[in-house]
Design a binder for this molecule. Structure first.
Ligand SMILES: *[C@@H]1O[C@H](CO)[C@@H](O)[C@H](O)[C@H]1NC(C)=O
Ligand SMILES: *[C@@H]1O[C@H](CO)[C@@H](O)[C@H](O)[C@H]1NC(C)=O
Ligand SMILES: *[C@@H]1O[C@H](CO)[C@@H](O)[C@H](O)[C@H]1NC(C)=O
Ligand SMILES: *[C@@H]1O[C@H](CO)[C@@H](O)[C@H](O)[C@H]1NC(C)=O
Ligand SMILES: *[C@@H]1O[C@H](CO)[C@@H](O)[C@H](O)[C@H]1NC(C)=O
Ligand SMILES: *[C@@H]1O[C@H](CO)[C@@H](O)[C@H](O)[C@H]1NC(C)=O
Ligand SMILES: *[C@@H]1O[C@H](CO)[C@@H](O)[C@H](O)[C@H]1NC(C)=O
Length: 389
């Protein structure tokens, strides 16, 4: 169970009461619609703007598109937004808001895998810097016409970081409400990308996320259910994003179960899926199963390969393709090259799982990695709509 802090429910109750007491006449800000269709989210990388511009996104397959990323300035603790970020942000929102309705909700995502975890830790530890940060996120979102904000702090590392994260979410939510009332605009939404499990259980003293604050203050939370295996261990091949694993708890099924167990509402949990694979170089091409000895990374960029490139590899090399129905994962190999990834069958099974678990939806990292027919995006969307677990 996640650590509890009695301050969280108190602060959120104040916001809730405030909302209830706000008369629902024409003076109250319009409320955001409910997502009865489920959340179908995808991150778009601004670093890929040349090869995969916002106009390439198949918006009919997504309800939420997240702009990845902007960073926090480690001195001022405000968002550090360059001129070129500004242009891209404006281009992103004006392009996607003008798509035929229903146009997806657009979130500005802050942080990411390459960001400065100490800057988040420092910012969230102090009321003055939290306030500066929150104000700057709201200004950037409004200036560039976003519908919401997404925090991708990778990762809070200590129990102190986790409790500061809870306080940050409380204050952020309260500020979003205040701003919405003051400006008579639809309240900005708030989400966060988090570790695949609700605690860092692999380290003996790993901290737990502030589940109460997450449940009460976020519109949804997105466990990053991938990167279980990769280039940091080149000794053996591995499936990077298994749904099930009998031997360990490093699986999407366990991670999602831990989030449900933490007390976060199922409908707020948005399960992550990778649109990329991870690659190894086999020691012996004849020993090519899961866990086969390896001697380094395989093809692709530092051992990663987008789904579209995995398909290119398979057709070019005439590679063997295996759908592992025990773990729910795909892998492919040819010669000494071995790739673990999520293919169409895996995505379909995972989305059925998410639906069975009554989750809020799913997200992909990252848009632009799908094949030219949007096979994974279409599979996920149609499975979500057609499967009634
Ligand atoms: C608030 O916005 C709504 C439309 O979204 C409008 O009908 C209403 O008059 C506005 N109220 C104020 C006080 O501006
Ligand atoms: C977005 O940028 C692209 C490439 O620079 C440009 O062609 C397009 O017109 C821009 N769209 C909008 C809505 O600004
Ligand atoms: C920021 O964090 C680092 C390490 O986490 C710490 O050494 C430093 O003193 C902090 N700075 C401030 C201004 O809090
Ligand atoms: C990361 O953030 C910390 C705390 O704000 C800061 O002291 C440090 O200089 C930052 N590191 C980089 C590389 O910007
Ligand atoms: C997985 O987690 C459960 C409790 O959540 C624990 O009982 C079990 O021993 C763990 N399994 C492994 C292989 O660590
Ligand atoms: C997995 O595949 C094997 C071999 O194709 C099959 O015998 C088995 O029934 C399948 N298991 C499940 C759970 O689908
Ligand atoms: C798209 O689908 C068509 C028909 O199934 C197939 O011939 C084509 O190779 C696919 N293209 C890509 C880029 O996946």
């Amino acid at each position: 169970m996640a650590s509890r802090n009695s301050l969280f429910p108190f602060l959120c109750t104040i916001s809730t009461i405030f909302l209830l007491l706000t008369p629902t006449n024409s003076d109250s800000p319009p409320q955001a619609p409910l997502y009865n269709t489920g959340i179908k989210a995808g991150y778009w990388q601004s670093s890929m703007a040349e090869s995969f511009p916002p106009s390439s996104i198949q918006t009919s397959l997504f309800t939420h598109i997240l702009y990845a990323f902007v960073e926090i300035d480690p001195q001022s603790y405000e968002l550090a937004i360059s001129r070129s970020d500004q242009n891209l942000m404006t281009n992103f929102t004006s392009t996607l808001h003008s798509k035929s309705p229903p146009s997806p909700k657009l979130f500005l995502s802050i942080g990411g895998g390459g960001s400065n975890a100490s800057a988040f830790a420092n910012m969230s530890s102090n009321p003055t810097t939290r306030t500066k940060f929150i104000a700057s996120t709201i200004k950037s979102a409004r200036d560039h016409n976003f519908d919401g904000l997404d925090l991708d702090w990778e990762f809070p590392q200590t129990p102190g970081d986790m409790s500061n994260l809870g306080v940050l979410l409380q204050e952020w939510r309260a500020s979003l409400l205040t701003e919405s009332i003051a400006t008579n605009r639809t309240m900005l939404q708030l989400s966060a990308a988090v570790y695949f499990a609700s605690s860092f259980f692999l380290s003996p003293a790993g901290p737990s996320y502030p589940a109460d604050a997450i449940n009460q203050c976020l519109d949804f939370v997105s466990p990053m259910c991938f990167d279980y295996r990769g280039s940091w261990d080149t000794s053996a091949t591995g499936e990077p994003a298994v749904l099930f694993d009998k031997e360990s708890n490093v699986s999407t099924g366990y991670g999602i179960g831990s989030w449900i167990g933490s007390g976060v509402a199922r409908a707020k949990i948005v399960m992550g899926m990778p649109m990329y694979g991870r690659t190894w170089r086999l020691k012996d091409p004849k020993v090519n199963g899961v866990g086969a000895p390896a001697v380094g990374v395989g093809p692709g960029s530092e051992g990663t390969m987008s789904y579209v490139d995995v398909l290119g590899f398979i057709s070019r090399e005439g590679a063997t393709v295996v759908f592992d129905n025990k773990t729910v994962s795909d892998y492919s190999f040819a010669g000494r090259s071995w790739i673990g990834y999520d293919g169409v069958e895996t995505v379909s099974e995972k989305v059925r799982f998410a639906k069975e678990q009554k989750l809020g939806g799913y997200f992909f990292w990252a848009l632009g990695y799908d094949d030219g027919n949007s096979s994974l995006s279409i599979t996920a969307s149609t499975t979500w709509d057609s499967f009634h677990g």
